[in-house]
Design a binder for this molecule. Sequence first.
Ligand code: HPA
Ligand code: ZN
Length: 326
Amino acid sequence: TDLDTFITGLPKAELHLHIEGSLEPELMFALAKRNAVTIPYASVEDVRAAYAFGNLQDFLDIYYAGADVLRTARDFHDLAAAYFDRAAADGVVHAEIMFDPQTHAARGVAFATVIEGLLSGMAAAEAKHGITSSLIMSFLRHLSEDDAFATLAEAEPWLERIAAVGLDSSEVGHPPEKFARVFAAAAAKGLKLVAHAGEEGPPAYVWEALDLLYVDRIDHGNRALEDDALVARLAADGMTLTVCPLSNLKLCVVPEIAAHPIDRMLALGLKATVNSDDPAYFGGYVGDNYRAIAGGRGLDRAALATLARNSFTGSFLPAEAVAAHL
Ligand code: HPA
Ligand code: ZN
């Protein structure tokens, strides 16, 4: 079989996916029409042309604006269903998807609307494709600790349906330390913990995610490679990194895919995984990300299989389910 077929056929989990970042321009237009929402684009081509980013903030401004078309539970259902169709076609058998309730609350869209729509899309995808999934509720780190606590309180009726909390949005200037108390409160409720760290922020933010937030996974983690002691710590802990190669390229975390550190991470003993982050904005789903690093870094099938295996061992699936996927 050729490498494309091998990659598609490799069973994999996706651990770093913002569901709002899977909003394709075509669906954005359809939802704008359905909800009579005005968007600042004349055409789908116009939207795609706007997706040229110099850094994380450039992207976030456009990503939050795009999310404005999401209004009803049906919208969130359709968004999730479209993602799972793409993921299933790529050989994803399990996905742990992030959602940003604060992005929607700020526009008057209720927590219940968002989560019930997503849960309905997840159930439909399991019935249609056999793909399992869980939810990671991410706090926007540019907002306050109080706002994060209020979001955690709003989630109370759905805690059984939420696997973990996360931390995303503008990294620099909003260190993990700002959310130490809310992460402790989430852990006390039985939730797992993940945080974006070391995407644009320094290695110190990765240390804080470990030592102040007690995270179960690091999202991105690229800049950890600047600190040998941190690399040793991550390796000793067996900490999973949810790496996103095409995101790193589009947000200028790496200058080109040929310079991506994914194989260096593996060589250093780090449990790296491959994920799509915001596939509609960064030019590809999980299969495209595997193909990009396979081509750009010349990864062989054994390395690709290791990355896929890491996605299960790093998941929040119960041990028996992990074993069944290996
Ligand atoms: N980084 C930070 N926040 C985000 C991202 C990301 O890559 N995607 C969506 N929100
Ligand atoms: Zn992300």
